[in-house]
Structures are given as structure tokens and as C-alpha cells.
Design a protein around this ligand. Structure first.
Ligand code: BGC
Length: 234
């Protein structure tokens, strides 16, 4: 089978749900998007078991692309702040999933992966995702830069971007205060990276209620699946 006809199993490991679907080379969904609650606090081996069960009914695929909510390098997890179990640190998730699913596996940070689906491939492009946490990805001329874990950097009043902008904070402080923080964070990202374009994804992107500058665009939450295909082209 040539590269153009390969089927990708896209897996999104989220802070609240594990999601998966099989997509074609154009990221068209060939199966339902299946979902199960994230077993927060469980050891990584349990995640692998739950994922294997989740994707079993989806049928055939040639390769796997995983978006992970932390820092991953060469398939190995370096941080997993939202998953509630320290044994993630150093865990070779790519190897464990390859053993379980019997197909090659590539893994990227979830925000890095989303951005791959939407960037134009020119200049400095950035993605932020507003969901359980605050995801970020940075690209130069279409190439993914090393992951900067901005989520855990100080933002306001001694709290991190994750703590101030994550879903828990949004529910606590309400939409209007949260929107002010998002606006401020976008300003910080602009000063930090001088992006040519910023994309905003994640489940809470639709909750933004202020006018965005012309170089800032909200993207669809489906970008994760397209990003999975792009990861195999990258
Ligand atoms: C993690 C990031 C991740 C983001 C979105 C943060 O808590 O540290 O690596 O991209 O959440 O899931």
C-alpha cells in the first residue's frame, strides 16, 4: 500500500476524555469517533489497556498518531501534569502502544499536533488550545519547534497559565473574567513569539467573546485528527 492510501488511527489523550477514530490521508473520518472517560490517576499501562479496548471495534489501520497532554520526546513521556500519576514520567508510550496495537506509533504534544493541521507553513505560527489546560505549539516555516511548556510558566498572581486559564478556573471565575485573562495571555504570546499568525483551538475556544485581531483565528476542535495525519507527513 503506498503512503497516499494509509489509514491513520488518531488518538487524543485528553484531560477528560480519550478519543479515537480512523481517518484517511485527507483526514476524512472513516469510523465513528469513539470516546471513553480518561482514567485520571491510573498508571500508564492501564491507559494502554483502555485505549486498546476503545479502538478494538474501529477495524483496520496502518499507523497510529497520538496527541498527548504533556511533553513527549521520541515517544517517551517527559511530563504529564494533568494525568495524576508520577509513573508517567519516563514511560515509553510509543513502545507500549506499538506492542499493544502492532502498528507504528508517533506521539506529539496535543497542542503541537493540533497546530500541524492548520498552519499555513509560512513564517512564525503559533497555536494555543483552551481546554483542561493551556496548550501551546510554535512553528517556523511549517516546522514544529521544540515544545515550550508555557502552560506551567507563571502568568498572573503567582499562578501558571494552566491554573489561570484552564477549565477549572473558567468555571470558578465565570466567562467575563476568564475572557479578560485570555486576552491578556494572547498579548503575552504576541510579545513572546512575535507570531505572524495565532490559531486558537480546544473546547473552550468557542467561549471567547471579544473581537480577535486579524492575525488570530479560532480553529475547529476536529483539528486533532488532521494533525495526526500531518504528524506522519512531518
Ligand atoms: C500541559 C500541556 C498540554 C496542555 C493541553 C497542559 O497542562 O502541560 O503539555 O498541551 O495542558 O492539554
Amino acid at each position: 500500500m503506498d503512503g497516499a492510501h494509509k489509514l491513520t488511527l488518531g488518538i487524543d489523550i485528553g484531560g477528560t476524555g480519550l478519543k479515537a477514530a480512523v481517518v484517511d490521508e485527507d483526514a476524512r473520518m472513516l469510523t465513528d469517533r469513539v470516546r471513553v472517560a480518561t482514567p485520571i490517576g491510573a498508571p500508564p499501562a492501564k491507559f494502554v489497556e483502555v485505549l486498546a479496548g476503545l479502538v478494538a471495534p474501529l477495524g483496520a489501520f496502518d499507523r497510529v498518531a497520538v496527541g498527548f497532554p504533556g511533553v513527549v520526546r521520541n515517544g517517551r513521556v517527559l511530563t504529564a501534569a494533568n494525568l495524576g500519576n508520577d509513573t508517567w514520567i519516563g514511560f515509553d508510550l510509543a513502545q507500549a502502544l506499538e506492542a499493544s496495537l502492532a502498528k507504528p506509533v508517533r506521539i506529539a504534544n496535543d497542542a503541537d499536533l493540533q497546530g500541524l493541521a492548520v498552519i499555513a507553513g509560512k513564517g512564525v505560527e503559533m497555536v494555543i488550545t483552551l481546554g483542561t489546560g493551556f496548550g501551546t505549539g510554535l512553528y517556523l516555516d511549517g516546522r514544529l519547534a521544540p515544545h515550550l511548556e508555557i502552560a506551567h510558566h507563571p502568568f498572573r498572581h503567582g499562578e501558571t497559565y494552566d491554573q489561570q486559564l484552564g477549565n477549572v478556573a473558567r468555571k470558578e471565575i465565570g466567562g467575563s473574567r476568564w475572557n479578560k485573562r485570555v486576552e491578556k495571555a494572547i498579548g503575552n504570546m504576541r510579545r513572546l513569539t512575535n507570531f505572524d499568525h495565532l490559531f486558537i483551538g480546544g473546547g473552550n475556544a468557542k467561549k471567547i467573546d471579544f473581537a480577535l485581531a486579524p492575525d488570530v483565528t479560532v480553529i475547529s476542535n476536529e483539528a486533532g485528527m488532521e494533525g495526526g495525519v500531518a504528524l506522519w507527513r512531518h
